[in-house]
Design a protein around this ligand. Sequence first.
Ligand SMILES: [Zn+2]
Length: 264
Amino acid sequence: MIIDFHTHCFPERIAEKSMKILTGRSGIIHPSHNGTPASLVETQRRAGVDYSVILNIATNPHQQRSVNDFAISLLGYEGVIPFGSVHPDSEDIFEELERLKEAGIKGIKFHPDYQDFFCDEERMIPVYEKIAELGFITVFHCGLDMGLPYPVHCSAERLSTILPAFGGAPVVAAHFGGLSDCENTMKYLCDRDVYLDTAYCYGTLPPVAAREIIKLHGADRILMASDAPWNDPADSIALVKIIAPDEESEKMILGGNAEKLLGI
Ligand SMILES: [Zn+2]
């Protein structure tokens, strides 16, 4: 089974506009799909992906409910696993987490750069504890975002300090713990209780460093992810085949680990 652990799409009515803004900001001018759920599913089908985890982000507190309504609506699509999002400045963050849990959402995505908070802020600890208590998987955007200025709000170092708040509930550091910042991934995240995803790693992650990190961290905590539309899942799969140390590890990274994590 092949599972893409990190993808994005938008509601039909805003997909075109969102893609225009995001391609302009990031300079990624050849996205792998056009931003709609149907187009993502088609890209996934072409690449031979069985399931795509769709990561939604509430970029402000007012948007939180509608972003999560969209995530919940995606539960009706075959082959996709939508995650929800809560905004640190939202007043009903705990109620929203309960609502997502009841709806059947399996995980929460934080993008500290877009959401304008540092991942290790004290006020977030009770939120992380609540997430862990509800049994969600948590994905953090890690490292520099191609479309946003410094500072980095979730570095490998900052993330490493908050892992205990999750009390063993699964945490995923996207982009291998920080877009091509392999030295800090090795220093702060390797051998810690955290998964690393390969989102947007095709063309940015040096294979030699990736192999070293897999050796130190273990193939059982690496997840194939494309970040579609910003990479093509077919390229992300090809990258995993290049960096996996053996056939067994390749299978685990391409889907076996995610299958267990998501309880599919
Ligand atoms: Zn992403």
